[in-house]
Design a protein around this ligand. Structure first.
Ligand SMILES: NC(=O)C1=CN([C@@H]2O[C@H](COP(=O)(O)OP(=O)(O)OC[C@H]3O[C@@H](n4cnc5c(N)ncnc54)[C@H](OP(=O)(O)O)[C@@H]3O)[C@@H](O)[C@H]2O)C=CC1
Ligand SMILES: C[C@H]1O[C@H](OP(=O)(O)OP(=O)(O)OC[C@H]2O[C@@H](n3cnc4c(=O)[nH]c(N)nc43)[C@H](O)[C@@H]2O)[C@@H](O)[C@@H](O)C1=O
Length: 324
């Protein structure tokens, strides 16, 4: 017999063991900071060097020993449009293995509440905008990230299946494009916002007259600061339960050209902008419908302008520690 859990979400126990998988990444580190600020006293994390989540046996040993009551799965192979396009096997295979291992171990060791993180790229390339949760599996994916998206869709499905087969109140969230302190600033592997911060800051410092970005500049993207993302994650764990994934975003978007203008202004660059159209544009638009999240009582606090300013400041003062 299959059944959906009957579960009334509420405040999590601040003293219970809470495992943040991927606690050194952009999202995981923000969740870690947020949980500490919210009074959680037993937050646990492991680097990939300490615990490779692709290693099934090691993952089961870790869960057996640490017995977390709550889990956020923010560990994944992550990258920008070019990394996804160049290494589709890694994005499919690593992510499938990481999530199947963590979800299976979490089930075996009785994790009470678990949040799986997907991505807005799970939706069809030409989904109606803003994209509602029920657009999932209604059309073809964007080819530059279809392998990654299929892994993430499998994760959503595993959460839904665990709810039906085992009655566990686990949930999924689909964030839009994220940015903030601790991001990956690799010129070739990163997402657009950290790439632009690095490129325009270097150009401002060197006095370059021109900067070249990827694609045409016309695609539209929605950007959420990672501190807002962390707050949304805890909010969902404490206020939402249901089989549907929940979109997490701001509800507004900009063109990449507008984004470049904002970044240039933030770093003090006043040269010209060029566009390398041999690089992929990806999905033309990816704006999430965030009604479900709003209904759960959450809204973002950090504006894009404010977030870019603080991320530039973080980038400049952490030059020796940035991931590149
Ligand atoms: N960044 C974005 O714009 C978006 C991100 N997301 C989702 O949010 C989640 C987190 O992404 P983000 O923080 O940006 O990614 P990061 O690349 O910043 O961090 C990923 C984390 O995963 C860990 N990790 C990767 N592989 C393994 C492994 N084999 N074993 C153990 N740990 C591993 C890394 O650990 P270590 O540092 O120790 O190597 C790292 O801490 C992902 O699920 C991603 O899909 C969704 C939408 C947008
Ligand atoms: C989060 C999300 O991230 C990826 O999808 P994406 O939204 O296309 O992400 P992106 O940030 O890499 O690019 C956004 C836009 O920006 C343009 N662009 C300009 N100049 C640079 C640049 O220098 N670097 C990058 N990366 N992009 C640039 C680029 O051409 C594109 O039009 C997938 O991994 C997907 O799987 C996923 O989940």
């Amino acid at each position: 017999m299959t059944t959906e859990p009957v579960f009334e979400p509420g405040a999590l126990d601040r003293s219970a063991p809470f495992y943040v998988a991927g606690h050194r990444g952009l999202v995981g580190s923000a969740i870690w900071r947020h949980l500490k600020a919210e009074g959680f006293t037993s937050v646990v994390g492991r680097t990939s060097a300490e615990l490779d989540l692709k290693d099934r046996e090691a993952v089961f040993e870790f869960f057996a020993a640490s017995k977390p009551r709550y889990v956020v799965l923010a560990a994944a192979k992550v990258g920008g449009i070019l990394a996804n396009q160049t290494y589709p096997v890694d994005f499919l295979s690593d992510n499938l293995r990481i999530q199947v291992n963590v979800l299976d171990a979490a089930r075996k060791f009785g994790v009470e509440r678990l949040l799986f993180l997907g991505s807005s790229c799970i939706y069809p390339k030409f989904a109606e905008q803003p994209i509602r949760e029920d657009a999932l599996l209604t059309g073809h994916l964007e080819p530059t990230n279809d392998a990654y998206a299929i892994a993430k869709i499998a994760g959503i499905m595993q959460i839904q299946a665990i709810r039906r087969q085992y009655g566990l109140p686990w949930i999924s969230a689909m964030p839009t494009n994220l940015y903030g302190p601790g991001d990956n600033f690799s010129p070739t592997g990163s997402h657009v916002l950290p790439a632009l911060i690095r490129r325009y800051d270097e150009a401002a410092q060197s006095g370059a007259e021109s900067v070249t970005n990827w694609g045409t500049g016309s695609p539209r993207r929605e950007f959420l600061h990672v501190d807002d993302m962390a707050s949304a994650c805890l909010h969902l764990l404490e206020h939402y339960d249901g089989p549907s994934q929940v979109n997490v975003g701001t509800g507004t978007d900009v063109t990449i050209r507008e984004l470049a203008t904002l970044v240039a202004a933030a770093v003090g660059y006043d040269g010209s902008f060029e566009w390398d159209t041999s690089k992929p544009d990806g999905t033309p638009r990816k704006l999430l419908d965030v009604s479900k999240l709003k209904q759960a009582g959450w809204a973002p606090k950090i504006s894009l302008e404010e977030g870019i300013q603080s991320t530039v400041a973080w980038y400049r003062s952490n030059a020796e520690n940035i991931r590149a």
